[in-house]
Design a protein around this ligand. Structure first.
Ligand code: DX5
Ligand code: ZN
Length: 214
């Protein structure tokens, strides 16, 4: 299995955002993870479509917009227009049976996201509609948190159920992942690794990204 790395710009230096994105692309990142927070669905506020539109021409990498917002149906069009390639929405925030096809209709890859306290059963009906599933390994809202161990079992459960049902769906894992625990996350079946602090707080982005692939 080839592991993809998706640095989360939440931990980048926002004053130098364009340079930070160029630096992680050069360092070997596969995807740019963009954490969108509204201060309602999560207790933090980050960035929206105007910032996505400005970073779009900076990189060739896919922009993976993770919407941690209420009423995501109101905003998917704006993110697609701004240049998002992947858009993921939370099972806790919307009706995925509506939103996943709507995201695909906008020409983007559609991801479904599950929070740590939500049981795996809640997301299973939507796997056939999604292009990827994002398993949160921390409670969303902030970078730099500690991975919640039980979430690794959720990755393994989703991986094995999808296999049983013959659904080929990549699993993305997000939160608290670094060189010390990444091998357990990938062993459970995650193929796309989001990492904010483990990349942007490192001295050397290339080494930090390599360490996540090992
Ligand atoms: C948390 C975000 C994550 C976060 C990851 O709400 O969805 O993408 O930025 O940051 P680290 O890797 O520092 O946990
Ligand atoms: Zn995220």
């Amino acid at each position: 299995m080839t592991i993809k790395t998706a640095p989360s710009i939440l931990s980048a230096d926002f004053a130098r955002l364009g340079h930070e994105i160029e630096a992680v692309e050069k360092a070997g990142a596969d995807v740019i993870h963009v954490d969108v927070m509204d201060g309602h669905f999560v207790p933090n506020i980050t960035i929206g479509p105007p910032v996505v539109a400005k970073i779009r021409p900076i990189t060739k990498l896919p922009l993976d917009c993770h919407l941690m917002i209420e009423n995501p149906e109101r905003y998917i069009g704006a993110f697609a227009k701004a240049g998002a390639d992947w858009i993921s929405v939370h099972v806790e925030a919307c009706d995925l049976s509506q939103l996943l096809p709507a995201i695909k209709a906008l020409g983007c890859k559609a991801g479904c996201v599950i929070n740590p306290p939500t049981p795996v059963e809640k997301i299973l009906p939507y796997l056939p509609l999604a292009d990827y599933v994002l398993v949160m390994t921390v409670n969303p809202g902030f970078g730099g948190q500690k991975l919640i161990e039980g979430c690794i079992d959720k990755i393994a459960a989703i991986h094995s159920i999808a296999k049983e049902r013959n659904i080929r769906i990549p699993i993305e894992a997000d939160g608290g992942i670094g060189p010390a625990n990444v091998s357990r996350v990938t062993a459970a079946g995650a193929e796309i690794i989001v990492a904010g602090s483990a990349v942007f707080e490192a001295e050397d982005y290339t080494k930090a990204i390599e360490a996540l692939r090992k």
